[in-house]
Design a binder for this molecule. Structure first.
Ligand code: SAH
Length: 210
């Protein structure tokens, strides 16, 4: 799986403007057992570099995309990070190895419950999963050192911008489902000014609005 990520990184390096991901991020990917997060009938494909269905019309993201988004977040050991779209919990488990605390929001109750128990079984003690709508973020634990969104929003949710610390990053795919989507890195400057950079065209499931 790591070799496939490296290969795709070489194809995409002109887009993303880098030709390596950090050692810490690659080590975290090497250590999280992806097969735990994949349904029983798809175990054979668990370490392929592709997305897979996890039920409820949702998918576990492609490993290359998980590596890219995690790397773009620039995670540091003391960070407190918000994730929107827990899904299987795979990205959550990768982040849990890299930062102090992960708060993760999932709108589908059954997915939130399953991911929380899977993460507990894996011994991820620095993770909390909450069943709620990620458009509102999780204000109780804000502000965050970084926010990662694993479903595509039509535009950047303002609550998430408000919950970023000055100097922090939001990594989010933006665009309509079936239409063009871009993976964005949004930065809040020390003075609160927002800048954004489009990194790569992507195809995510939608961040649904209630
Ligand atoms: N990181 C996950 C990706 C799951 S796909 C993984 O690798 O397994 C995106 C997830 O976002 C889905 O589980 C979907 O139910 C969830 N989602 C969609 N809209 C949401 C919203 N408004 N708030 C919280 N979660 C949402």
């Amino acid at each position: 799986m790591l070799d496939d990520i490296g290969r795709e990184l070489r194809y995409t390096r002109d887009y993303i403007g880098q030709d390596a991901f950090s050692e810490r991020v690659m080590t975290a990917l090497a250590l999280v057992p992806r097969h735990y997060f994949v349904p029983p009938e798809l175990q054979e494909a668990a370490y392929d570099n592709g997305p897979l269905p996890i039920g409820h019309g949702q998918t576990i993201s492609q490993p290359y995309i998980v590596a890219l988004m995690t790397d773009l977040l620039r995670p540091r050991p003391d960070d407190v990070v918000l994730e929107v779209g827990t899904g299987s919990g795979y990205q959550t488990a990768v982040l849990a190895r890299l930062v102090r605390q992960v708060y993760s929001l999932e709108i589908v109750t059954a997915l939130a419950t399953a991911a929380a128990s899977r993460l507990r079984q894996l011994g991820c003690a620095n993770v909390e999963v909450h069943n709620s709508d990620g458009y509102a973020g999780w204000p109780e634990h804000a502000p965050y050192d970084g926010i990662i969104v694993t479903a595509a929003a039509p535009c950047i949710p303002t609550a998430l911008l408000a919950q970023l610390k000055p100097g922090a990053r939001l990594v989010i795919p933006v665009g309509e489902q079936g239409g063009p989507q871009e993976l964005l890195v949004v930065e809040k400057g020390a003075n609160g000014a927002i800048t954004r950079r489009a990194v790569l065209p992507v195809a995510f499931v939608p961040l649904v609005q209630r």
